[in-house]
Write a new protein. Structure first.
Length: 169
C-alpha cells in the first residue's frame, strides 16, 4: 500500500514543486509528504547563518505559495487512502513539517518508567509526560536506526510470506 500511496503522490504533486522525488511516509493514521526544495542562491562568501536564513525563507515561501493546492491534494488523498495527509519540506540540511498529526497513544507504565518521564519534566527537558515520552521515542529512533531498519525489513519479509499462505474462507 505504501508504494501505491507514494506513487499517487508522485503523480499528483505538480511538477516544479520539489527538486527531487518527495519522501512519502505512511502509517495507519497519516501520510507524510516531504519534498526537497532547491537551494536558494546566496553569495559564495555567505555565512552559515545567512545560508540557514535563506533556506528557512525558501521553505516559508513554498509553504505559503502552495497552501491552497496542498490542501486540495490532501483532501483528495485523505478520501482515497483513508488517512490524514501532512506536508513538509527540506532545503539543504533544514527540515520543516507543516501540518503533522499528533496522535494519542495509550500506554501503561510502571513506577520506574514514570519516574524517568517525571525527571525529564522536572528538569525542563519536556513540558509534560506525553512530551517526555515523545522525546524518549525520538532518542531511541536516532540511536537505534540500524536496528529499527532491520526490524522493518524483517516485517516486510513476514508480510510477504504470510501473503503466500493458505487462503481463508
Amino acid at each position: 500500500m505504501k508504494e501505491q500511496i507514494a506513487g499517487w503522490f508522485a503523480g499528483r504533486v505538480p511538477d516544479g514543486w520539489f527538486a527531487g522525488a518527495p519522501e512519502v511516509r505512511v502509517d495507519h493514521d497519516e501520510v507524510l509528504v516531504v519534498g526537497p526544495l532547491a537551494e536558494p542562491a546566496v553569495a559564495d562568501d555567505a555565512s552559515d547563518a545567512a545560508r540557514a536564513a535563506a533556506r528557512a525563507g525558501r521553505i516559508k515561501q513554498f509553504r505559503e505559495e502552495t497552501r491552497a493546492a496542498r490542501m486540495q491534494i490532501a483532501e483528495e488523498g485523505e478520501h482515497r487512502f483513508g488517512r490524514k495527509v501532512s506536508w513538509g519540506a527540506t532545503c539543504g540540511d533544514q527540515r520543516e513539517l507543516f501540518t503533522t498529526m499528533s496522535v494519542p497513544v495509550m500506554t501503561r507504565l510502571r513506577l520506574p518508567q514514570r519516574e524517568v518521564l517525571d525527571t525529564l519534566v522536572a528538569a525542563g527537558v519536556a513540558r509534560s509526560r506525553s512530551d517526555a515520552l515523545g522525546w524518549c521515542v525520538r532518542l531511541v529512533g536516532q540511536h537505534q536506526q540500524e536496528w529499527i531498519g532491520e526490524l522493518r525489513d524483517a516485517l516486510v519479509h513476514v508480510r510477504e510470506v504470510a501473503g503466500r499462505g493458505p487462503a481463508t474462507s
